[in-house]
Design a protein around this ligand. Sequence first.
Ligand code: GAL
Length: 658
Amino acid sequence: MSHRPSMTLPFDGIALGCDYNPEQWPRSVWPEDIALMQEAGVGFVTLGVFSWAKLAPTPDTWDFGWFDEIVGLLHEGGIAIDMATATAAPPPWLTAAHPEILTVDAAGHTLWPGSRQSWCPSSPVFRTYALELVRTMAQRYGDHPAVRLWHVSNELGCHNGRCWCDVSAAAFRVWLSDRYGDIEKLNDAWGTAFWSQHYTSFEEVLPPRITPAVPNPTHELDFARFSSDELLDYHRAERDVLRDVSPDVPITTNFMVSSHQSEQDYFAWAPDMDVVSQDHYLDHRLPHIHAEQAFTDDLTRGVAGGEPWLLMESATSAVNWQPVNLAKRPGELLLDSLQHVARGADGVAFFQWRASRAGGEKFHSALVPHAGRDSVKFREVVELGAALKKIGDVAGSRVRADVAVLWDWNAWWACDLGSHPSGELHYIDAVHRWHSAVTDLGATADVVHPESDLSGYKLVVVPTLYLVSDAVAPALQAVADRGGHVLVTYFSGIVDEADHIRLGGYPGAFRELLGVRSEEFAPLAPGAGVTLDDGSHADLWTELLTTTDASVVASYADGPLPGTPAITRNGTAWYVATRLDEQATAALAERIATEAGVTRAGSPGVEVVRRGEYLFVLNRTNADVAVPATGTELLSGTSCNGTVTVVAGAAAVVQEGT
Ligand code: GAL
């Protein structure tokens, strides 16, 4: 995989930042905003994300006076600007004049204006208006000394990641024709001999709108690929204008690497970024919220090719968009922020500066809450700003990991399509379970693309990698051949990139590596479990597995296939053919990590991550802990010789050897 060239972030140290939406407030509030930003140590703000309607109040007029004023105030206040191109949400005059830019869902319903991101990624009309705004912004602010970064649109694909309108249909046909060249190649790839789906021309192809029965899975998979590419193409269009007018300012767009947003293949996007930036919100719908944060951080670092990245958005406390929006308890803001930094973030920013008075996000937390400056939250923000200043030298250092967890958006899209052996199997859950088992052991994992360089890892974990290219099995074989450990779990290696079964027995691509062969899947009914002969428990999945070269580590004691192997090993290549419960997953991860000689630190609830010469310790337990370390603890400025003591609910950042 190619990655963007290495680069440092355009802000100083580990910057504190936030989205700033001054248009929501009277001018009289702005000077206080700047003063409070200075008090909190805000290093940069993202400006203009949703300003289009105020910058272009009518189709024929611009109004930059107010924006110039706020840019000037920020600059005078010493606050850098991540300048948004302001194209995320078109104003009502544009959607009223051009309703053809609106997105349409798979059922053919138009998604009407009245919220945000009301635009189709393939719309040339939208693009024309948006690029005019981008050019105007770039000409006006491209050489302003406060502007350090360009921020293309906002979370490209948030709400409009896929569109099924006729304009998108035409663009999809062009994309398919570029990919396949010849319609018969598309017919082969999509397996259209099935159900009389043979196409005679690209013109007959539609986006995968709602169908009477199961749609063609490769059609769906290609539409997912097209949709990701289409927004990347849109990013490039804005980027090209910015580069042309404002060549010295780096460019980013904020990613949404997350457990509930699957539509962008960020491995494909990252090489186009000068800075990889990422938004993360704790997801309280999940059982292990901080494990999920660790996972997305490790994946964001993987997307950035191991380089530092920028946390562009997060929340100081509750969001507004989950079923119940849980607030952070005192101390959690600092720990959560440092968790991102420990895992590679060189800046910590938030949505948003001041909590809105009106609109759909008025109950979303902010740096300045509705209660104002005199609040626990603002005092915590000030403490956070001070803490980030103290660890500024961490910027630029790299996280060290012995373990790789393989991840692929293409595999996610394909694995979660319908008509599979079990609708209960979700790729993200499988990856989370193994990533958190590894991190709970105290190991650090990079989450990387399956075709990454795996040469430095002691253990490579391959959870439920349903779709793989031909290149992956030989790369894993090379890891095993040099004595590294490889752990593959159920429903991996099943199909090629066209979602065609790899014949001859499962797990297709990995049969030889693992020394096993499986003839039939036997998934378990929801709620049903199975016991292994080592006493461990599993659910979801079993399969009719035989060993060819592997030895059996554990077999099923009951369930549909008693006596059949459930866990095998072929030297250092392990196969887990079922979903072990968390306890059994942890036990197996521990066994393999120990054999592989994986470096471990920390204990349950105490996260220890090494970034360059810096050791981060996050103590989320109720007890004080002592962790081996020698050097200077930067948050307190004290020395530690042999151990650092971290009180309950607190954090330490030790610069070792100082
Ligand atoms: C992000 C978005 C922000 C804000 C935030 C709320 O998706 O970029 O503008 O809406 O969510 O959590």
